[in-house]
Ligand binder design. Structure first.
Ligand SMILES: [Zn+2]
Length: 250
């Protein structure tokens, strides 16, 4: 009788365990909003130029709502699900390398101690309106990750495989040589890529690459085809909040 009782208790324990274990088994992949900024300045009507006041308001929103902007290394541990996610994780990325990223965005981000990632087109460095290498060193010293966005910002699918490889690898080599840190993530200029591009990145051991496919980046997406939220200066603030708080990539 006792044995039967024990069996029954074991069975009950088993059922309970199975019930409680179910949520862990059904765990969804990690999903993180990755915001994609370009220029932070004053140019009304230009989609890719966000007014500094709007940028400041957005960063203030992140701080007030307990978001955790991450470094690329932190992003990797969360998307790989190696580490539990911090509260409201978010990755802030800036494409191309505008001078105002250091002059305008950096002081605002420093107020909140938010890190960011710069996807730099190395051929633009030092040209009018773009960052200089001393400014890029300043961003790196402030905790920004700097990675490749090609040399000349071409539409990659229009190039031969050899030319694509040169654009991608020369930019990475230049950044690594200047800053002495690995730069093995990538962002596609105009969000454009083809199978050749993916093969080059894979062979050169890039860990992640960002597209402009709308939505949150997630561990369910191929690591070289992660989604981002391109911040459009013409959209109302509420829409930015909605993109940040709701994953539209599903
Ligand atoms: Zn770009």
């Amino acid at each position: 009788m006792n044995l039967w009782k024990n069996k029954k208790a074991l069975l009950l324990a088993g059922i309970l365990l199975a019930c409680f274990a179910t949520p862990a088994k059904a765990k969804h992949g990690a999903a993180i909003p990755v915001l994609n900024y370009h220029s932070i300045g004053v140019d009304p009507g230009n989609t890719y130029v966000l007014h500094p006041d709007t940028f400041a308001r957005q960063m203030d929103y992140l701080a007030a709502h307990h978001y955790t902007p991450m470094t690329l290394a932190e992003f990797a541990t969360v998307i790989q699900q190696d580490q539990p996610s911090p509260t409201h994780p978010v990755l802030l990325t800036f494409d191309d390398g505008y001078a105002n990223n250091a002059e305008v965005a950096l002081p605002i981000l420093q107020k909140y101690k938010f890190p960011a990632t710069l996807y730099l087109s190395t051929g633009l460095v030092g040209t009018p309106g773009y960052l200089t290498w001393p400014q890029i060193h300043e961003l790196s010293a402030a905790g920004w990750d700097i990675a490749s966005h090609t040399v000349t910002h071409p539409h990659l699918p229009k190039l031969s495989k050899k030319a694509q490889r040169e654009e991608i690898l020369a930019a990475r080599a230049k950044i690594e040589q200047e800053l002495g840190k690995p730069a093995n993530t990538f962002a596609y200029p105009y969000g454009d890529y083809n199978r050749k591009t993916l093969r080059i990145l894979k062979k050169a051991h890039f860990s992640y690459a960002f597209t402009t496919h709308a939505g949150w980046a997630s561990s369910d997406q191929p690591p070289l085809e992660l989604h981002r939220i391109v911040v459009d200066s013409q959209k109302p603030f509420e829409e930015w909040v909605q993109q940040l708080t709701e994953d539209t990539s599903k």
